[in-house]
Design a protein around this ligand. Structure first.
Ligand code: CTP
Ligand code: MG
Length: 215
């Protein structure tokens, strides 16, 4: 639907505990911050809104900012509240490599179904851990690893956030929240380059990818 305004919401307020080098959004890969990678990856959007940690600010012109919350969900709540687009895409700043073709697939699904997320197949054998032992194997062909961006009609996501807040429910992503509200969320083929930087070694992978990103 050309003409429908798209807001990109970037939660960037996490403290990056597992890497242990301060707020992750401000770590550099390939000479620029993860936040700048994400902002550039969505330069085409009608609106970009960033949730920042306290005591951080952003000088980039044309970008709206809000204060992040204690949890990712609280940060996204503040972002949705500030958004004006009919469609919102929520994207973790910890995923700096934005693959345009995957985002286009997602947008198409959001336009038709109102809620969708990128997801990728599980490449490894997936097993339950039971006291350090190899437990039951989970059929990986029936499972997906969920990525971002996740896209929604803004009013639907807002309704889900309001209800979750009122009932004290916390979720790790927005697709869960919308599904919990009772609305189906379409799974759209993601891209493994959109991996999340979570552990120190992920930064090494990101440095390698950054080197070839523009070629
Ligand atoms: N995030 C946020 N507000 C929070 C927590 C997380 O905006 N209170 C954001 C992060 O900045 C990140 C995304 O949510 O872009 C995914 O979170 P995660 O990868 O867990 O980042 P951190 O919470 O910063 O890392 P850690 O869990 O290791 O502390
Ligand atoms: Mg976290």
């Amino acid at each position: 639907m050309p003409g429908v305004k798209v807001s990109v919401l970037l939660p960037a307020a996490g403290s990056g505990e597992r890497i242990g080098r301060g707020p992750k959004a401000f770590l550099e890969v390939g000479g620029k911050t993860l936040l700048d990678w994400a902002l550039e990856g969505f330069a085409w959007a009608d609106e970009r809104v960033v949730a920042l940690p306290p005591e951080r600010s952003l000088e980039t012109p044309g970008i709206k900012t809000v204060l992040g919350g204690q949890t990712r969900q609280q940060s996204v709540f503040n972002l949705v509240q500030a958004a004006t687009g009919e469609i919102v895409l929520v994207h973790d700043v910890a995923r700096p490599f934005v693959v345009r073709a995957a985002v286009e697939r997602l947008l198409e699904a959001v336009r038709t179904s109102g809620a969708a997320t990128l997801a990728v197949p599980v490449p490894d054998t997936l097993v339950q851990e039971a006291s350090g032992e190899y437990g039951a194997v989970i059929p990986r062909e029936h499972h997906r690893l969920v990525q971002t961006p996740q896209g929604f009609r803004r009013e639907l996501l807002w309704k889900a956030h309001l209800k979750a807040r009122a009932e004290g429910q916390e979720f790790t992503d927005d697709a869960q929240l919308v599904r919990w509200l009772g609305h189906p969320v379409a799974l759209v083929e993601g891209d493994r380059r959109m991996f999340k930087i979570t552990y120190p070694e992920d930064l090494l992978l990101a440095e390698g990818l950054a080197r070839v990103w523009n070629s």
